[in-house]
Write a protein that binds this ligand. Structure first.
Ligand code: 5GP
Length: 245
């Protein structure tokens, strides 16, 4: 993007630009893909396009279920007009099935169902490699208050319920996912960032095949085919036509 607009933040796969309205930003989804703290990198043409469509759809589903998100609208594929948030440096992870780093750190059984789901908070900080937090550490670091942490956990459980149900209807099992929250100008906690195959584990509900970034982490060659497949499963026909998928 974004003509002469000022870049406010450049992440590993997204850029955030200012707009004329100081309460709004443009989030651009890039084609870059990284794993292992940025150790593994690539550029997959069309990934930003897919992730912007998937995130927009899932934000819309959440808004319909009265969950506050940053999403305003998709300006064009890859480019999302969003509310400007003061981001909280937490990676809020919800897990329905034991896999990934949970198995490396704790004696869970592989693919064990987690009911109730586990909510885990990591400190979003590259220098410290995103360490796991507890409430006391978050409060002592000034990341959030107990009331805010409780609210974030409650919203995350609701998001898990809404998205698990929606994705199940699309043939996708929501295994786990990572969320990031911020505060709007009135201090409300609002969901930010993205919800895409970069930030979630999606498994095919019948075959349990990976439909997300684990394909890249594992070195598969068909990563972009998988992103396109999952985009087609999540984004409905009307939107697909509108955005010329
Ligand atoms: P795990 O802790 O098992 O590696 O990841 C749990 C879930 O959170 C996965 O869906 C993973 O994609 C997501 N996740 C955890 N940390 C990060 C991160 O730093 N970046 C991204 N994009 N996703 C993450």
């Amino acid at each position: 993007m974004s003509d002469s607009k000022k870049l406010i933040y450049a992440g590993k796969a997204k850029d955030v630009f200012e707009t004329e309205n100081s309460d709004e930003v443009i989030v651009d989804f890039r084609d870059d893909i990284t794993a292992g703290d940025g150790a593994k990198k690539d550029n997959l043409q069309g990934k930003g396009h897919c992730n912007s469509l998937i995130s927009s759809k899932l934000f819309e589903v959440l808004e319909e279920n009265n969950i506050n998100t940053q999403y305003i609208k998709l300006i064009k594929t890859g480019s999302m007009l969003s509310k400007k948030l003061d981001m909280i440096p937490l990676e809020v992870i919800a897990r329905n099935i034991a896999t990934g780093s949970l198995l490396k750190r704790f004696p869970f059984e592989k693919n064990q169902k987690l009911d109730p789901p586990i909510i885990q908070m990591d400190y979003k900080n590259d220098e410290y490699h995103d360490p796991m937090l507890n409430d006391e550490i978050s409060i002592a670091l000034g990341i959030a208050t107990q009331k805010e942490l409780d609210e974030i956990k409650k919203i995350t459980l609701k998001i898990n319920e809404v998205l698990s149900k929606f994705l199940k209807e699309k043939g996708i099992l929501l295994v786990d996912f990572k969320l990031e929250f911020g505060k709007d100008k009135d201090g409300n906690i609002v969901l930010g960032d993205e919800i895409s195959p970069d930030t979630c584990r999606y498994w095919d509900i019948n075959t349990l095949e990976t439909l997300d970034k684990d394909s890249f982490r594992q070195g598969q060659e068909n990563v972009m085919d998988i992103y396109e497949q999952v985009c087609g499963m999540i984004v409905d026909e009307e939107d697909a036509k509108r955005w010329k998928i």
